[in-house]
Design a protein around this ligand. Structure first.
Ligand SMILES: C[S@@+](CC[C@H](N)C(=O)[O-])C[C@H]1O[C@@H](n2cnc3c(N)ncnc32)[C@H](O)[C@@H]1O
Length: 245
């Protein structure tokens, strides 16, 4: 399942160019019983199962042996919620600088009620959550992270700036985008985008990014120190919004 993330789009191209490598390890391969059991009943009783501690320990140690410079990250709803700023930092830490092994990440994906707490104490370096909701397994979380991190790695996105202009990269949401046709069901592309004036286009996009962030995610704006120019653009945007109402 997780390997599939390398079969499409940006991640597939990055894998094809050798910019990333993804190795999946199945805890079932480290079981010793005929049923290849990876879960067991919880101490103290109650519903659900827990991933077997000894099996996970062997699996994680096998992963560490393959990727000795990698942190073990347990995907967990109780972990630190990942965001773009954090992932940018993570991406920087993944850039290999001539070492024999590349720094990487080992994503530990839980199932059932989760994993034995002692595994966290013994082997987990960090716990990350992909949001305040509960998945049935960590695999989707790992796939989300592989995608989000890969697109930030140098050389992965064709146009060098495309990740810089995405939402959150400068603490703002992205501006709206348009392509052909020029008129769709009576709705026209904003005239400035057809003007050919790159200065005006850049200014309009900045204003839209500021305005959208203010309307949709004011919490993000609170974190920023806006320049005088940005404050003026935001005022113009908000005045325009008022006049539309
Ligand atoms: C059903 S969940 C276990 C939830 C656990 N009982 C709890 O409430 O904290 C099974 C697995 O899915 C993964 N998972 C669930 N929600 C997640 C989230 N928001 N972010 C990252 N991983 C998550 C974790 O690996 C977890 O071990």
């Amino acid at each position: 399942m997780v390997q599939m993330v390398t079969e499409f789009g940006v991640v597939s191209r990055a894998a094809g160019q050798g910019l990333i490598e993804l190795h999946c390890i199945n805890p079932r391969d480290y079981t010793t019983d005929v049923h290849r059991t990876v879960d067991d009943r919880p101490y103290g009783g109650g519903p659900g199962m827990v991933m077997k501690a000894d099996i996970l320990l062997s699996t994680i140690r096998a992963a560490r042996a393959q990727a000795p410079l990698s942190k073990v990250v347990y995907l967990s709803p109780q972990g630190k919620t990942v965001d773009q700023a954090m992932l940018k930092g993570v991406t920087r830490s993944l850039i290999a600088d001539g070492k024999d092994h590349s720094p990487g990440l080992i994503f530990l994906c839980g199932r059932y009620e989760g994993i034995d707490e002692r595994i966290i104490e013994l082997e987990v370096d960090e716990e990350w959550s992909i949001g305040d909701y509960v998945l049935s397994g960590g695999e989707l979380g790992a796939m989300v992270l592989v995608d989000a991190i890969t697109r930030l790695l140098p050389g992965v996105l064709g146009h060098e700036q495309s990740a810089d202009q995405d939402s959150f990269s400068e603490g703002l949401l992205d501006c709206p985008h348009y392509t052909r046709p020029e008129v769709l069901e009576g709705l026209s592309v904003p005239a400035v985008l057809k003007s050919g004036d790159h200065g005006k286009i850049a200014q309009w996009r900045r204003m839209q990014a500021l305005g959208r962030t203010s309307l949709r995610r004011p919490d993000l704006l609170d974190e920023l120190e806006l320049s005088e120019q940005d404050k003026k653009l935001l005022e113009v945007f908000l005045r325009q919004q008022e006049s539309i109402k």
